[in-house]
Unconditional design. Structure first.
Length: 734
């Protein structure tokens, strides 16, 4: 019985193939439940990977963050600060050599001129009114500061047009052609909140600060592009880098598929930034919060920092203060500052570190599912549990390692969860199927062999169920027949109940001895026991076990069972044992089946048991059994015979005892027997007669055997056999 026969392998292959096809179908059609569930798993793997294997920030990164932190609020005053303070901050940054100053802060409302508010209470003819108002026009002061360098202001786009736009928009990155406008999937915004026109007119540089968290609220992607009307606007980080690197042109890189324009990324002069079709990029996280150099705003305002911390850098102005900061959960940390998201994007573009999910990722995932799925469907059911589990763990580890290698070397992110899940599902299915199959096989084995083999042997059979074959095979085995001598005469002295008790008392210990010697009980036929060795489990020493069992059965009868019986019901067994090629398997009809052995070798063992009566001895084995065990047991050759229906003569032997129990007396007896038999076969009738007579006198328990030979000698003296006679005796009856 193999662990997986053809039918079982067929069904595991079919069901496994259905899993593969079903998984590929889900990936093609992306039903919402599948997408949500799969995204959660992929996000978990991505978050774990990016935390461990992101590219660290360079020591000389040209990016710093001026932080409006809690200390700055305490020192300078509560937020919002006066535009005069902001103007002073910007002026000092440019004085320190900042290349670009980008704001993660909105100035969507003009600041009230305090002089103007005061002068509303004064007479209209107050002298120098206009001059004093100019002195306290802090918006104008900030605008002047912004104009000193490359300042990039923030904008927030709103998805719906539920409110009127606030402030003035900066110049767009580019304007879409009608064809691009119809096909590109860059999100179209409905409204915006921006800065007052005064600031936008001075800088003309701006970028949006919109976040794009996933459904679980975690930041992994960020939009680099958004659309308002037919204009495309850049993110704050993208615009800051454009100004820092003096990019001459930014172009959309698209591909045409089925008459549709599909966005692939942005071309910044010679630098390509991959995006998805929505214009989003994976945030190139460089580490946990505070990876970048955070400079307190109050340190800048009070001239407490070195020029080297600011000079020739992009400075992002944002806040980490508890009351006003923009804190969001991100893939790399549960808390991440919005201003550091912009810094991460900018550093990624400058360092050419832009992880992305390629457009062919889905196709690759489907290909992996198909290849790995087919390999698993065809291979795993044919392997053992340990090997299949090892392969599964190795494959999963390999896919995860591949994902890590692609990220660290090529900045690629592949969705490996679908093939990993499929592998785990197939392995789990195979394990569960194997478990139920094994349980079924255990029950089947117990049902089939429970009455034939001992419990401990049954456990071995269950452990090695893959080696079991019950469908039928030809192999070398040893079979034993044991029958009670003169049972008919004994049974006549007992009633039915007594016969049953007698047989049960005899068969139980005899069967136990067979079991103890690794035998399989084939059947009981009345008072006869049939057993064999070498199946259902492989057993190379089957001949030895059979002979040893027979000797122990004889000894057990005399030592225990017969001591409880009357002289009239004493039991004596005759044994026939033979080794040879036999057919073994589960045989019978649909009404009744049995695991048994058939063949000429089996029939010959039965004949040996029957002719024990002819020789007056209790046990005979065939020549092959003797050949395999002659070094283990003391034998005496009984005869060379040719049974009815067979043309080939064979030697038959009687086992006396195991070699370790051999005594000098037994050795002498066997030697004398062999001498007499040799004279008989040499047709030296006088010497043979003399020796057999002597043996009959010395060993009265063998009286029948030696009388048989004395009768043959007398007959051959009158009717000599042919000259080429080899000592064979031919039985003319069965």
């Amino acid at each position: 019985m193999k662990l997986r026969n053809k039918s079982e392998s067929f069904w595991t292959t079919v069901i496994g193939s259905i899993f593969v096809i079903f998984t590929i179908t889900l990936m093609f059609f992306q039903p919402p439940l599948y997408t949500s569930w799969m995204s959660s798993l992929e996000n978990w793997v991505y978050d774990f990977t990016i935390k461990k294997y992101h590219r660290p920030l360079k020591n000389n990164t040209p990016i710093a963050i001026v932080d409006i932190d809690d200390k700055s609020l305490k020192e300078i005053g509560r937020w919002p600060w006066s535009r005069k303070v902001i103007a002073d901050l910007v002026t000092k940054l440019y004085d320190l050599g900042a290349t670009v100053v980008a704001f993660d802060v909105l100035f969507s409302e003009p600041e009230k001129n305090i002089a103007e508010e005061v002068f509303k209470t004064l007479p209209s003819n107050t002298p120098d009114l206009e001059k004093i108002k100019e002195t306290f026009d802090y918006d104008a002061l900030l605008a002047k500061s912004l104009g000193r360098g490359e300042s990039v202001l923030a904008t927030v786009f709103l998805k719906h047009n539920l409110m009127e736009p606030v402030g003035a928009l900066p110049s767009p990155l580019l304007t879409l052609t009608p064809e691009e406008a119809n096909h590109l999937e860059i999100p179209k915004m409905g409204s915006y909140v921006s800065n007052i026109a005064l600031f936008e007119n001075v800088t003309s540089f701006g970028g949006f600060i919109n976040a794009s968290p996933d459904e679980d609220g975690v930041l992994r992607f960020t939009p680099l592009l958004l659309r308002y009307e037919n204009n495309i606007y850049p993110s704050l980080a993208l615009k800051a880098v454009e100004q820092y690197l003096l990019i001459d042109s930014i172009k959309l890189k698209t591909t045409v598929y089925d008459d549709h324009y599909i966005l692939e990324g942005l071309q910044l002069d010679n630098t390509f930034i991959p995006t998805d079709r929505l214009g989003r990029s994976l945030i190139p996280f460089r580490g946990k919060p505070y990876t970048f150099n955070y400079i307190p705003a109050e340190s800048v305002l009070r001239d407490k920092i070195k020029r080297s911390e600011i000079a020739n850098k992009i400075i992002f102005i944002g806040s980490s203060a508890a009351a006003i900061s923009d804190i969001k959960p991100a893939a790399i940390s549960p808390t991440f500052f919005g201003v550091e998201v912009h810094a991460s994007i900018a550093s990624g573009i400058i360092d050419h570190y832009t992880p992305y999910i390629p457009s062919w990722a889905k196709g690759t995932s489907i290909f992996l599912i198909l290849i790995l799925g087919l390999v698993y469907v065809l291979l795993i059911p044919r392997l053992g549990a340990f090997l299949s589990t090892f392969i599964t763990i190795s494959t999963v580890a390999g896919l995860l390692s591949l994902n890590i290698a692609l990220l660290t070397k090529y900045e690629l992110i592949l969705p490996v969860i679908p093939p990993i899940l499929l592998i785990l599902i197939l392995q789990s299915f195979d394990t569960i199927f194997g478990y139920f199959l094994e349980s079924h096989q255990k029950e089947e084995i117990k049902s089939m062999f429970g009455q034939y083999v001992p419990p401990e042997y049954m456990n071995q059979m269950i452990e090695h169920s893959t080696d079991l074959k019950v469908d039928g095979e030809s192999k070398e085995l040893t079979v034993l027949f044991a029958d009670i001598k003169n049972f008919t005469t004994i049974s006549e002295k007992l009633d039915a109940k007594g016969i049953k008790a007698l047989l049960n008392n005899m068969l139980t210990p005899m069967t136990q001895i067979i079991f103890d010697n690794k035998g399989t009980v084939d059947k009981y036929v009345g008072d006869m026991i049939m057993a064999f060795w070498g199946a259902p489990l492989e057993e190379t020493q089957h001949a030895e076990h059979a002979v040893r069992a027979a000797l122990k059965m004889n000894k057990e009868l005399d030592a225990t069972i017969n001591k409880t019986l009357t002289p009239e019901t004493q039991l004596h067994l005759r044994f026939g044992i033979n080794t040879g090629i036999m057919n073994v398997g589960d045989m019978g009809s649909k009404f009744r089946r049995a695991y048994t052995v058939l063949g000429d070798s089996v029939n010959f063992a039965s004949r040996l048991e029957q002719i024990c009566k002819y020789y007056g001895i209790s046990m005979l084995v065939g020549e092959q059994t003797w050949e395999k065990t002659k070094d283990l047991f003391l034998y005496r050759k009984i005869d060379k015979v040719k049974v009815k229906g067979k043309e080939t003569a064979v030697n038959i032997y009687e086992p006396i005892c195991p070699k370790e129990e051999q005594s000098p007396e037994l050795s002498q007896k066997v030697q004398e027997h062999e001498e007499a038999l040799q004279k008989y076969q040499e047709q030296d009738w006088g010497a043979a007669e003399q020796l057999f007579t002597k043996l009959q006198s010395q060993y009265p328990q063998d009286k029948e055997l030696y009388q048989l030979y004395l009768d043959r000698v007398k007959d051959y003296q009158v009717n000599p056999p042919p000259q080429d006679w080899d000592g064979t005796y031919t039985f003319t009856k069965k």
